[in-house]
Design a protein around this ligand. Structure first.
Ligand SMILES: *[C@@H]1O[C@H](CO)[C@@H](O)[C@H](O)[C@H]1NC(C)=O
Ligand SMILES: *[C@@H]1O[C@H](CO)[C@@H](O)[C@H](O)[C@H]1NC(C)=O
Ligand SMILES: *[C@@H]1O[C@H](CO)[C@@H](O)[C@H](O)[C@H]1NC(C)=O
Ligand SMILES: *[C@@H]1O[C@H](CO)[C@@H](O)[C@H](O)[C@H]1NC(C)=O
Ligand SMILES: *[C@@H]1O[C@H](CO)[C@@H](O)[C@H](O)[C@H]1NC(C)=O
Ligand SMILES: *[C@@H]1O[C@H](CO)[C@@H](O)[C@H](O)[C@H]1NC(C)=O
Ligand SMILES: *[C@@H]1O[C@H](CO)[C@@H](O)[C@H](O)[C@H]1NC(C)=O
Ligand SMILES: *[C@@H]1O[C@H](CO)[C@@H](O)[C@H](O)[C@H]1NC(C)=O
Ligand SMILES: *[C@@H]1O[C@H](CO)[C@@H](O)[C@H](O)[C@H]1NC(C)=O
Ligand SMILES: *[C@@H]1O[C@H](CO)[C@@H](O)[C@H](O)[C@H]1NC(C)=O
Ligand SMILES: *[C@@H]1O[C@H](CO)[C@@H](O)[C@H](O)[C@H]1NC(C)=O
Ligand SMILES: *[C@@H]1O[C@H](CO)[C@@H](O)[C@H](O)[C@H]1NC(C)=O
Length: 807
C-alpha cells in the first residue's frame, strides 16, 4: 500500500515533468534576445510543413528534429488548403494543423507559426485561395478593403482555433512566435503609400489578436513596433542591417540549407560547413537569438500544390531529405554544432563580450561570466593564406571561413569547417518493375475540335481566369477554312505560359515551353493544312500558379497571339475545353476508372492515360517511383495525386531535375494498388519501377586537427574532454555494416566522395576497422596510431578514412 502510494506520487512527478508546458509561459524580448519566463534564449528552429508530409510521418520527423538539437518547429499555415471555398474549411488529414502542433508539443518542442496568410513558400498562389481572384475590386496585399477583410477573417480564424486548443505559450501551449505577412518589403514599393499603410494595418491587426506572444514580419525593415523585423537568406550575418530598433532581438526566419528548385534546374548544394559558419557568426556577431533552417524537412508538393515550375520534391537537400531520412553529414554537423552551443549558453547569454582581434580576418569573441566562466569563439574569416592564431598562449589552426567553439576558452569542441559526422549515400533499389505490356492499360485523351466545344469566346482567354485553377489543362480550339489547295503554312503562337502542345487536324505538330524565370515563349513551326476546314487545337498547360510578386491577381497565362502566315487569329472565334476528360471523370480513382474503356497497352502515344495495379512492397522503408523513362505529366496512387512529374526537361548537366517521386506508404493498401499516370509526351511506362529508398553506404573521415565530437548527453554544462577524434559509423535501423569498402589510417587523400591511399598507410587499417565494425550497426574507431599498433610514419599528421556498406 505504501509502495503503491509512492508510485502514484512518482508517476505524478514524472508526468508533471513531461507536461511542463501546461502552465503558461511568458515570451518576451529585448535587444539581446528572446526571453522565456524572463530567461534569455538562443533557439534553433527548423521548418517542417505539415501538408508536405503525411500525418504518420509527423512523429518521426519531429523526433529527428529534436534529436538533431532543435528547440522549435516552424511551419506556415496554408490558407488555400484550409479554406478551399469562402467559409468552407478543411482541417483533416494532411491539413490537420492542430494535431501537428500538438505532436510538436508532446515531444517538448516549441512552435513558430507563420500564419501569413500570404506565404509564398513555392506553394500554389503563395497560399492564397484562388477564389480571392474573383472577389470584386480586390487587389492582393495592399491597403484594399476586400483583401484586408478576407485576410483578417482567416487570420482570426486560425488564431481563434489555436486559442480554443490552448496552443499559445501564454496558455500553456507550444507556440512562442507568430508571423504575419511574408517578405512584403519585396513588393511594398509597387503600392506606394498604400504599401506602408498596409504594413501598419497588418501589424496592428496582428497585435490586436492578443495571442500573448510576439509577432514578427520577415524581410520587413519598417515593421512597426512591437512587431519584430527578421531576416531571410543565406548569410544573414553579413547581409542584414539587423533589427529596426535596439529593443528588438535578431531573428533569422529562413536560413536556407539548400534552395528551391524548378524543373530544368540543378539542385542547390549548400555545404554543412557553410551553413554552420554563417549560423555561428549570426549568433555571435548579431546577437542572434533564433535561427530557423528553412527547410529542415522539405517533403513533397503533392497534387498540384507547387508553384509555377517548382519540382514536386521540396528541399530534398535539407537536413532531413524528402523521405525523412537523415541527410549526412548536414544533419549530424548541425547536431554537433547545436550541442556545442548548448555547452556555452549561460555564459554566452549572460557574460560580457570582448572581441579580440588576433590577426587579419581573425577574431576571438570571448564571453566571460562573473564567476570566471569563459567561452570563446575563434573566427578565421580568411579564405586566403593567413597568420597563425594564438589565443591565450595556445596556438590554434582553423580551416578557412570557420569558427571554433571553446566552451572553456581552452578546448575546441567544434569547428564549423571540420565535419566529424559520417557522410551517407542514398540508394534506390527497384522492387517492382512494370515492364510487361500485359500489366498496363491505356486510354488516349481525345483532341477536342472547335465544333465539340461549348465554351466560346471571340478572343484568346486568360488561362487562370478560365480554369479557376481546377486543372493545369486548357484546350484552345479554332477552325480555319482553306480555299486554295493544300500547302505549308507558318504557325506562330505566343504564349504567356507555361507549356504548349499544338495539334492540326488531330495530329501533334509541335511542343514548346517556358521556364521558371521566363514563363512566356513563342512557338513556330511549318504545318500542312488541307483544303476545306482545318481543326487546330492547342493544349495549354500550367505547371503551377504564381506564388510571388505584386498584383498577383492580375497575372496572366495561356495563349496571347496566334498567327497563321500573316492571318491574325487572336481575336477570332475560339472554342475552349477546361481540363481533360480523364480529369473530369476522375479516371485515376477506382470508381472513375471504369467510366472509360481502357485498351491494352501497345505503343507509346501522347496525351495518354496509363494504369496498372501493384502490391505494396514489404518492409517499412520509404518508396518512390522511378519515372526516368517518362516525359511530363501527373501521377496518382489509389486516387491520390503524388504530384506533377517532368523528366524530359533536363538540367544544363543533362539530367532530369527529379527522377524519383515519393509514394507515401500510407497511401497504399497491401495489394491491388491503383497506379495511374497521365503522360503528355511519347514516353515508355514499361521502364518505370517502384524503388525502396535507403542508405547503403556510410563514410567517415577525421584527422589530427579535428576536434572531438561533443556528446549531446553532456550538454548540461559539463563535458568530458576527449583529446582525439574518432570515426563514428552508424547504419540505419535494422541494418548492419556488411563490408568495409575502404579503410586507411595514414594520409589517404581525398574525401568520402573520392579517395585513395597515400604514401603513409597502416597496413592493418582494413583489419582493425573490420574487427571493430563488421556485423555491427554502429562502430567507432579511434584515430590514434595506438589503435593500429604502430605509427606508420612518425611526425606526419594522420587521417583515418573509412567507407562502409550497410545492409
Ligand atoms: C549585443 O547585445 C549586447 C547586450 O545587450 C549589446 O551591448 C551589443 O551592442 C549587442 N550587439 C549587437 C551587434 O547588436
Ligand atoms: C513578461 O516578461 C516581461 C519581461 O520580463 C515583462 O515585462 C512582462 O510584464 C511579463 N508579462 C507577463 C504577462 O507576465
Ligand atoms: C469570416 O467570414 C465568414 C463568411 O465568409 C463569416 O461567416 C465569419 O463570421 C467571418 N469570420 C470572422 C472572424 O470575421
Ligand atoms: C506607418 O507607421 C509608421 C510608424 O510606425 C509611420 O512612420 C508611417 O508614416 C505610417 N505609414 C502610413 C502610410 O501611415
Ligand atoms: C568576413 O569576410 C566577408 C567577406 O568575405 C565580409 O563580408 C564579412 O563581413 C567578414 N566577417 C567578419 C566577421 O569580419
Ligand atoms: C585561416 O584560413 C587560411 C586559409 O585557409 C589559412 O591560411 C590560415 O592559416 C587560417 N588561420 C588560422 C589561424 O588557422
Ligand atoms: C601567457 O604567457 C605569458 C608569458 O609566458 C604569461 O605572462 C601570461 O600570463 C600567459 N597568459 C595566459 C592567458 O595564460
Ligand atoms: C475573367 O472572366 C470573366 C468572365 O468569365 C470576365 O468578366 C473577367 O473580365 C475576366 N477577368 C480577367 C482578369 O481576365
Ligand atoms: C475561305 O473562304 C471563306 C468563304 O468565302 C471565307 O470566309 C474565309 O475567310 C476564306 N479563308 C481564307 C483563309 O481566306
Ligand atoms: C516575354 O515577356 C517579356 C516581358 O513582357 C517580353 O519582353 C518578351 O519579349 C516576351 N518573350 C516572348 C518570347 O514572348
Ligand atoms: C474538322 O472537324 C469537323 C467537325 O468536328 C469535321 O467535320 C472535319 O472533318 C474536321 N476536319 C479535318 C480536316 O479533320
Ligand atoms: C494580332 O492581333 C492582336 C489582337 O488584336 C494584336 O495585339 C497583335 O498585335 C496582332 N499581331 C500582329 C502580328 O498583327
Amino acid at each position: 500500500m505504501v509502495w503503491f502510494g509512492l508510485c502514484l506520487i512518482l508517476l505524478a512527478v514524472v508526468t508533471g515533468g513531461r507536461n511542463m508546458m501546461v502552465k503558461g509561459v511568458n515570451v518576451s524580448y529585448d535587444g539581446r534576445s528572446l526571453h522565456i519566463d524572463g530567461q534569455r534564449k538562443i533557439l534553433f528552429s527548423g521548418s517542417i510543413h505539415y501538408p508536405r508530409s503525411t500525418p504518420d510521418m509527423w512523429p518521426s520527423l519531429i523526433d529527428k528534429a529534436k534529436q538533431g538539437g532543435l528547440d522549435v518547429i516552424q511551419t506556415y499555415v496554408f490558407w488555400n488548403l484550409h479554406e478551399p471555398q469562402p467559409g468552407q474549411y478543411d482541417f483533416t488529414g494532411r491539413n490537420d494543423i492542430v494535431s501537428f502542433i500538438k505532436q510538436v508539443q508532446q515531444q517538448g518542442l516549441y512552435v513558430s507559426l507563420r500564419i501569413g496568410p500570404f506565404i509564398e513558400a513555392e506553394w500554389s498562389y503563395g497560399g492564397l485561395p484562388f477564389w480571392l481572384h474573383d472577389v470584386p475590386g480586390i487587389v492582393f496585399r495592399t491597403n484594399n478593403e476586400p483583401f484586408k477583410f478576407y485576410m483578417q477573417n482567416f487570420t482570426t480564424k486560425i488564431v481563434d482555433m489555436m486559442k480554443a486548443e490552448n496552443l499559445f505559450a501564454s496558455q500553456g501551449g507550444p507556440i512562442i512566435l507568430s508571423q504575419i505577412e511574408n517578405e512584403y518589403q519585396n513588393v511594398e514599393g509597387s503600392f506606394h503609400d498604400d504599401g506602408s499603410r498596409y504594413v501598419n494595418w497588418t501589424a496592428q491587426m496582428a497585435v490586436d489578436q492578443n495571442t500573448g506572444e510576439p509577432w514578427m514580419m520577415c524581410k520587413q525593415d519598417d515593421a512597426p513596433d512591437p512587431v519584430i523585423n527578421t531576416c531571410n537568406g543565406m548569410k544573414c550575418d553579413e547581409t542584414w542591417k539587423g533589427p529596426n530598433s535596439p529593443n528588438k532581438p535578431s531573428i533569422w526566419t529562413e536560413n536556407w540549407p539548400s534552395f528551391l528548385q524548378g524543373f530544368g534546374e540543378e539542385p542547390y548544394m549548400r555545404s554543412a560547413q557553410d551553413l554552420a559558419f554563417h549560423t555561428t557568426m549570426f549568433i555571435i556577431k548579431m546577437n542572434g537569438t533564433f535561427v530557423n533552417y528553412y527547410m529542415f524537412h522539405g517533403g513533397t508538393n503533392f497534387g498540384r500544390t507547387s508553384a509555377a515550375f517548382i519540382i514536386t520534391g521540396y528541399y530534398d537537400q535539407a537536413p532531413l531529405d524528402e523521405y525523412g531520412i537523415l541527410r549526412q553529414p548536414k544533419y549530424g554537423h548541425l547536431k554537433d554544432m547545436h550541442a556545442a552551443f548548448k555547452l556555452c549558453l549561460q555564459t554566452l547569454l549572460y557574460g560580457n563580450l570582448a572581441i579580440e582581434h588576433l590577426g587579419d580576418n581573425q577574431d576571438a569573441y570571448v564571453y566571460t561570466g562573473n564567476a570566471g566562466e569563459c567561452v570563446a569563439f575563434l573566427v578565421n574569416n580568411s579564405s586566403k593564406e593567413g597568420v597563425e592564431m594564438v589565443f591565450r598562449n595556445t596556438s590554434y589552426t582553423l580551416p578557412a571561413k570557420s569558427v571554433s567553439i571553446l566552451p572553456d576558452c581552452k578546448n575546441v569542441v567544434f569547428n564549423t569547417g571540420m565535419v566529424n559526422t559520417q557522410a551517407s549515400t542514398r540508394s534506390m533499389q527497384p522492387v517492382i518493375r512494370f515492364d510487361s505490356a500485359q500489366q498496363w492499360q491505356a486510354f488516349s485523351e481525345a483532341v477536342p475540335q472547335f465544333d465539340q466545344t461549348s465554351l466560346r469566346s471571340d478572343t484568346l482567354l486568360e488561362q487562370m481566369n478560365t480554369t479557376k485553377d481546377t486543372t493545369d489543362y486548357l484546350w484552345y480550339t479554332m477552325r480555319m477554312e482553306l480555299n486554295s489547295s493544300e500547302a505549308q503554312y507558318m504557325l506562330h503562337v505566343n504564349s504567356l505560359g507555361h507549356v504548349l502542345r499544338a495539334y492540326v487536324n488531330g495530329a501533334l505538330v509541335g511542343y514548346a515551353h517556358g521556364t521558371r524565370k521566363v514563363t512566356n515563349f513563342t512557338f513556330e513551326n511549318t504545318v500542312s493544312l488541307s483544303t476545306g476546314i482545318n481543326n487546330i487545337s492547342f493544349l495549354s498547360i500550367m505547371v503551377g500558379l504564381p506564388d510571388s510578386g505584386a498584383f498577383m491577381e492580375r497575372r496572366s497565362a495561356g495563349l496571347r497571339e496566334v498567327l497563321i502566315q500573316e492571318l491574325n487569329f487572336t481575336n477570332s472565334p475560339w472554342g475552349y475545353q477546361v481540363g481533360l476528360l480523364g480529369e473530369t471523370l476522375a479516371i485515376y480513382t477506382d470508381e472513375g476508372s471504369s467510366k472509360v474503356s481502357w485498351s491494352q497497352y501497345q505503343n507509346p502515344s501522347t496525351i495518354t492515360w496509363y494504369k496498372t495495379t501493384f502490391d505494396a512492397p514489404e518492409g517499412t522503408e520509404p518508396i518512390a517511383l522511378n519515372l526516368g523513362s517518362m516525359g511530363k505529366g501527373e501521377v496518382w496512387v489509389n486516387g491520390q495525386s503524388i504530384g506533377r512529374y517532368w523528366v524530359s526537361f533536363k538540367t544544363p548537366s543533362g539530367l532530369p531535375s527529379q527522377t524519383w517521386y515519393n509514394v507515401p506508404r500510407s497511401f497504399l493498401k497491401p495489394s491491388g494498388n491503383l497506379l495511374v499516370l497521365f503522360e503528355e509526351e511519347y514516353a515508355n511506362p514499361l521502364n518505370i519501377s517502384l524503388d525502396t529508398v535507403s542508405i547503403d553506404k556510410v563514410c567517415g573521415r577525421v584527422s589530427d586537427s579535428h576536434p572531438p565530437r561533443v556528446n549531446s548527453r553532456e550538454v548540461s554544462g559539463h563535458y568530458r574532454w576527449r583529446p582525439m577524434p574518432r570515426v563514428h559509423l552508424r547504419c540505419p535501423k535494422k541494418q548492419i555494416i556488411s563490408k568495409i569498402v575502404f579503410a586507411s589510417h595514414g594520409n589517404p587523400s581525398g574525401d568520402c566522395e573520392n579517395y585513395s591511399i597515400g604514401k603513409c598507410h597502416s597496413s592493418n587499417s582494413q583489419q582493425v576497422v573490420e574487427k571493430a565494425c563488421l556485423g555491427r550497426r554502429q562502430c567507432s574507431v579511434s584515430h590514434t596510431p595506438k589503435s593500429f599498433g604502430e605509427d606508420p610514419c612518425p611526425g606526419t599528421p594522420k587521417t583515418l578514412l573509412v567507407d562502409a556498406r550497410c545492409e
